[in-house]
Design a protein around this ligand. Structure first.
Ligand code: HEC
Length: 109
């Protein structure tokens, strides 16, 4: 590896680690109870066509919420999520990702 490649790799690692941990789970909880709990449930198990959020890591949740916010369709019911995600700031997305990824775990893990 060249020095340049090493530097780029190190920068990417720092960025992705910072990105995944940047959220405030407590603030995420508040927001979750306000806007998300009705569909995804108190324990993140979802219901009917509302998918469970269990075992989703922060990067996954962040990616999904940003896609919905950008009006990108990722599943059959993305339109439902777009109307919620459009109101979220980057910070709120990070907070929600922190909350979801640290709170909703299936027992087997
Ligand atoms: C009106 C019901 C409803 C509300 C409120 C809602 N969601 Fe969703 N959510 C859905 C549906 C339906 C999908 C599946 C969308 C699709 O098909 O792409 C989804 C998908 C998701 C996904 C992707 C799940 C996966 O497995 O890929 C995440 C993450 C998510 N929602 C988080 C949230 C957060 C955070 C909030 C609060 C800001 C929220 N949702 C509010 C109904 C809802």
């Amino acid at each position: 590896m060249t020095t340049r490649t090493l530097l780029v790799t190190a920068a990417a690692l720092v960025l992705s680690a910072g990105w995944a941990q940047a959220g405030d789970a407590k603030a995420g909880l508040k927001r979750y109870l306000k806007n998300c709990v009705n569909c995804h449930g108190k324990t993140g198990k979802g219901m009917a066509s509302f998918p469970p959020l269990k075992d989703r890591d922060a990067a996954y949740v962040t990616d999904r919420l940003k896609k919905y916010r950008a009006k990108e369709k990722v599943g059959p019911n993305s339109a439902v999520m777009m109307s919620w995600a459009i109101k979220l700031s980057d910070e709120e997305i990070a907070n929600l990702a922190a909350y979801v990824s640290t709170t909703f775990k299936s027992k087997s893990q």
